[in-house]
Design a protein around this ligand. Structure first.
Ligand code: PNS
Length: 158
């Protein structure tokens, strides 16, 4: 079985992530969406909250499962027989960082496959969504309705 992982902080999941997950699910037998820690980012939602949102929004893809991991991504891949990491590339600004991580992970024998983000999502990021939501901006075109509701509740202090 060819199993891939779509890793990320997913704080929260956006339509950009979902596009990559859907396209990966069409090319692998199983796709694990794994919530990992990014030590450079402070999170708005707990890992459990993020996993719940991912489960709700990926339930229509039968070969997609959701997991979390505290540690190195390559160790997750080895422990769970994952053959490939799939990541979306939005623009050249993503490239340096993503290439560096892909090359580090390749040293452990784990391949990374990049998918070009669909142009409609090229500007989209969880950070942008959180910034807009914080100031009452409309993010309904950027995240699924359940995520939009969770964002509204969180910025309202709930
Ligand atoms: O959505 P993000 O924040 O861009 O995802 C980055 C993430 C979580 C995939 C990355 O930070 C990661 O792989 N974290 C786990 C620790 C690790 O393996 N780091 C890379 C090698 S130093």
């Amino acid at each position: 079985m060819k199993r891939a992982v779509c890793p990320g902080s997913f704080d929260p999941i956006t339509y950009g992530h979902l596009d990559i997950i859907e396209r990966a699910s069409a090319r692998f037998d199983q796709v694990v969406v794994a919530v990992l820690e990014n030590r450079t980012k402070a999170s708005l939602f707990t890992v459990e909250e993020r996993m719940t949102m991912i489960k709700e929004t990926t339930s229509k893809f039968p070969n997609v499962i959701v997991d979390s991991w505290h540690g190195l991504l390559v160790d997750y891949c080895k422990t769970n027989s994952v053959q490939a990491i799939v990541k979306g590339l939005r623009a050249v600004t993503d490239f340096d960082y993503e290439l560096q991580m892909a090359q580090v992970n390749l040293q452990s024998g784990i391949e990374t496959m990049f998918m070009a983000t669909a142009p409609a999502h090229s500007f989209l990021s969880s950070s942008l969504v959180k910034e807009l939501a914080h100031y009452g901006g409309d993010v309904s075109s950027m995240v699924p309705p359940t995520v939009n509701a969770a964002l509204k509740a969180r910025v309202a202090g709930k």
